[in-house]
Design a binder for this molecule. Sequence first.
Ligand SMILES: [Zn+2]
Length: 317
Amino acid sequence: MSEDEKKCFFCGYDSEVTYLPQKSFSRLYDCEYCGTYILDRQGFDILREDENKFKMACVLNERRLKGFRGVALDDETKKEDLVCGYPRISVNELLAQFPQTAGEFLNRILLNLSRLAPRPFSEISLSFRRPDNLYLFTKDTGECITILKELSEQGLIRDGNSTQQELRKILTLRSWEIIENLQNSAIDSKKTFVAMWFDSTMKDFYEKGIKPAVEKAGYIAVRIDLKEFNDKICDELIAEIKRSKFLIADFSGLRSGVFFEAGFAKGLGREVIFTVREVDVEKLKEHFDTRQYNHIVYDSPEDLQKKLYNRICATIV
Ligand SMILES: [Zn+2]
């Protein structure tokens, strides 16, 4: 393999490249910035343009920082169809995730920078020798400097102890407040709130059904009873729903709390996935018009896991 072939296809930084002969000589790249991705030898026309290569590097770098697993780049998205363990995601879908408006640029730059800080108020180091400009969604070094200057003038960052090789910046209190608000709005969340009946008969459905389905899809399941809480359970519950990207409402046992939590999440504009045990379907119909919500009906934890995983992949971006 030539030196050139050991570079990341998107950001050009040194990376591990492995041939996958079983997949018509696709390559698996492992880049410190863009993470792990599989690219077909044929490539994609749209990715020949430098501008699109750069956009792709920014989006993949952001996904890596957010803790998403790698991707197999494809013409269309089929997350449940794995290539060497990586979900197929369309190139166009990823390119469309590049920020468009000034507000999006600002929010996502702040979120990226916050992910580089081990603790609030610790120094963030940015190098011009490495593709650190990906964090700023900007190809041009001059523009990077302009952005940092603008952030500084807006009171969002201040100078740390910079050296010749690297710039060190510190996010200000104002920045951390914005970041916390963005995280609470859950656009970026990996959490899934699970509203269900806490009964011993439901234990296996959670442990072997819901939890593995959520994790396989790349999210974290949050159940309020499994956490330590004080007497303000309701505040805690509302805060967790706000922090979650979507909610799974299991109506088995017809608990009123589940109806409340599902309604609250819907009111916040969150996606809600409805599930119910087969034995409870008739009872549920007496209380609730289930047809409009297309419930997942299951008869075993395995059945629930499979159906729920497919539903998450199909409906949650
Ligand atoms: Zn890269």
